[in-house]
Structure formats: C-alpha cells, structure tokens
Design a protein around this ligand. Structure first.
Ligand SMILES: [Zn+2]
Ligand SMILES: [Zn+2]
Length: 118
C-alpha cells in the first residue's frame, strides 16, 4: 500500500525521535537520555530473572562514525543502528522459529507446542 502524497514533507518539522538501542522504541531527543539508563536498568533486572540460556550480553550503544564525519547528527543512521541493536536482543523460539524478547519468549513457549509429538 502506498501512502497518498508520499513526497517527503519539507516544511513540516517533526520533532526528531531517537530509537532506543535497548528496546527499539522511539523517544524524543530529550526523553531518550532519561529513558536509556532506565531501560538498561530494566534490561538488567529482566535479564537476571531469565534462565541462563536466554540471558543476553548487554546491548551496546551503537557508535555512529558519520556524526563526526558529516559534522552533524545523522539521526537516520543512528536510528538504524539502534534498531539493529535492539533486534539482536530478540531470541528465536526453538519450536517455531519466530523471534521474541526473552521474557516474551518464555510466555510464548508456554503455548507454543511442536507439531510432531514425540
Ligand atoms: Zn528502551
Ligand atoms: Zn514458538
């Protein structure tokens, strides 16, 4: 499906949003700095509660070198890297192959059953 008038708006200034590299959600440029440490703390709390095999290494904040190179904040590149980082947090279900956040996977696996019974 194509959006009508899909041209890039040039006059409308949308407040820029930054993707959280931990949870992959979008936040305003001001609230991201408040959200990130909280999100990381939450991530650690949740990670500690997970069974060992589902625990993940701490997500790393992506470094965007183009910021320095271009002399301005390349939000698109940063958001793309942050999104990729957040996606790497997802764990595939060993039964159906869909990917979930570790805490979601536990919930999911309660209802996900392998098709072939042993
Ligand atoms: Zn977050
Ligand atoms: Zn599954």
């Amino acid at each position: 499906m194509k959006a009508p008038n899909g041209d890039k708006p040039t006059m409308i200034r949308r407040p820029p949003t930054v993707v959280c590299y931990i949870c992959g959600r979008e936040y305003g440029t001001k609230s991201i700095s408040i959200h990130e440490p909280q999100c990381l703390k939450k991530w650690h709390n949740e990670n500690n509660l997970l069974p060992k095999e589902l625990r993940r290494p701490e997500p790393r904040k992506p470094e965007i070198r183009t910021i320095a190179a271009k002399g301005f904040y390349d939000l698109d590149a940063l958001n793309e890297a942050a999104w990729t980082s957040a996606q790497s947090q997802l764990v595939p279900c060993n039964l159906c192959g869909r990917t979930f956040l570790p805490d979601r996977l536990i919930v999911h696996q309660r209802s996900c059953k392998p098709k072939a019974s042993k």
